[in-house]
Design a protein around this ligand. Structure first.
Ligand SMILES: Nc1ncnc2c1ncn2[C@@H]1O[C@H](COP(=O)(O)OP(=O)(O)OP(=O)(O)O)[C@@H](O)[C@H]1O
Ligand SMILES: [Mg+2]
Length: 219
């Protein structure tokens, strides 16, 4: 049985001063760690909100979410600790060099050999010779390769990527996407990608469209 995230009849909304923004109603879907999933949909459809709920970062207003890891149900805290995140804006720590950024999540988990594991991942993403460079000394594509490595470095069960290639040119996007999918398949980690890019969505095993509060098979 693969690790899974079960979204069971979830609903969610945001209240503003003037109106209620309904995002989903009675949405059900099971995300599996043994496949890669792309979520597409119009801007404002609720993709980032759905990703936050699936990762245990937010709780839906209605319905329930179950995180199943190693055959047992875990809470949102454990789910978050078993997850890696990749964002459009890279979000590297500006004061840390490349290897320092990779070692950070491991150090936060109290791993003694943080820098050794970080060095292995740095090599894996092809940036071994940039270990001592800080983010502002790296190109966007290089920064995102570091961010990809940082997401995988703690051996998570699921990676959540929100528009991971949104700030990259086409060629760089393809190489970063290739890296993400290769790492996910090699490590057996689930990968959930929110994207506006058809090319990126087509790489995933499954592709769904978030539209009018429901997930539908993407065309
Ligand atoms: N914390 C919040 N408070 C109020 N409204 C919010 C909040 N977060 C998101 N929203 C609203 O919920 C809707 C869905 O937002 P969300 O960011 O999930 O969309 P999205 O599909 O990721 O869009 P995009 O493709 O532009 O990133 C939007 O109308 C947004 O303004
Ligand atoms: Mg979004």
């Amino acid at each position: 049985m693969p690790d899974t995230i079960e979204l069971n009849g979830i609903s969610h909304h945001f209240d503003t001063a003037h109106e209620r923004i309904e995002l989903f109603r009675d949405l059900s879907y099971t995300i599996r760690a043994d496949e890669t999933l792309a979520i597409v949909g119009a801007s404002g459809a609720g993709k980032s909100s759905l990703l936050a709920i699936a990762a245990g970062l937010d709780t839906p207003a209605g319905g329930d979410v179950r995180f199943n890891i190693d055959g047992g149900q875990v809470n949102a805290l454990t789910m978050r600790a078993s997850s890696g995140f990749i964002f459009q804006q890279f979000h590297l720590m500006p004061e840390l060099d490349a290897i320092g950024n990779l070692a950070l999540p491991l150090r936060l988990k109290g791993k003694r050999n943080a820098f050794d594991i970080a060095a292995l991942w740095l090599e894996k993403v092809g940036l071994k010779d940039r270990a001592r460079h800080r983010p502002h000394q790296l190109s966007g594509g290089e920064q995102q390769r570091i961010a990809v490595a940082r997401a995988f470095v703690t051996a998570p069960r699921f990676i959540f990527a929100d528009e991971p290639t949104g700030n990259l040119d086409r060629r760089t996007s393809e190489s970063v996407a290739g890296l993400m999918f290769d790492c996910a398949r090699e490590t057996g980690c689930g990968l959930v990608i929110v994207t506006h890019s058809r090319q990126l969505a087509m790489r995933a095993d499954a592709s769904v469209l978030l539209d009018a509060g429901q997930l539908k098979a993407a065309a």
